[in-house]
Design a protein around this ligand. Sequence first.
Ligand SMILES: *[C@@H]1O[C@H](CO)[C@@H](O)[C@H](O)[C@H]1NC(C)=O
Ligand SMILES: *[C@@H]1O[C@H](CO)[C@@H](O)[C@H](O)[C@H]1NC(C)=O
Length: 213
Amino acid sequence: MDSVLLAKFVTLTLVLLAGSADGQVVLKFGKCPKVVGQPTLDKDKYFGVWYEYERFPAIFEAGLDCTSATYSPAEDAIKVTNNGTLRTDLLGKKVVLRNSTSNGRAVVINPDKPAELSVAFGGAPQSKRANYKIMATDYTTYSVIFSCTQLEEVNLQFAWILTRARGVAPPNLKRLKSKLAAAGVDVTEFFVVDQKDCPAKGPTTADIVMDEV
Ligand SMILES: *[C@@H]1O[C@H](CO)[C@@H](O)[C@H](O)[C@H]1NC(C)=O
Ligand SMILES: *[C@@H]1O[C@H](CO)[C@@H](O)[C@H](O)[C@H]1NC(C)=O
């Protein structure tokens, strides 16, 4: 398949997914919203465990809750470990059907834009495009991430509001969303991730063994 045909095929598949019952992707007409990363990034302060508070529907996270992202130092990069559970209700109790972990790597593409990273999972080739833009973080409470890919006349968006405390809304949540909305992002696509009754907490920053990286 040539690349134009492939792009059309991918686009069509995504349109079908977006239209399905519980749309698993956020696809919008026109150009990507102009969200930019914050001007600086202190990696050391950013490392450690973050929990998803809200996110856009994402096919690669379909059905996952209790989701976390752990960032730790790696040579010339940041190691990313995304965890989540696939759970079902059994007689009013949440039962874990599957624990999911995916490992990835984040790199800064342009040193002038340290909060705009390229993240790749499972050894996939590292994109030369920043697909993980940290729009705002205070390192201790929240982090707002935006990602957008232009596919001809439509664009595919992902967004996450991460928190250090599992399931606790950042106090400035409204302001963070207004900032995204001002950049043209449809914040009604956010949904709250279930972080209740999750399996025991993962390691804290202090528990991350650097040698493993
Ligand atoms: C998922 O991980 C938890 C520990 O965090 C474990 O207790 C549970 O058995 C695992 N469940 C499955 C289905 O692997
Ligand atoms: C993520 O899962 C791995 C096992 O695959 C585990 O070692 C780690 O502690 C988990 N991290 C969090 C934050 O739950």
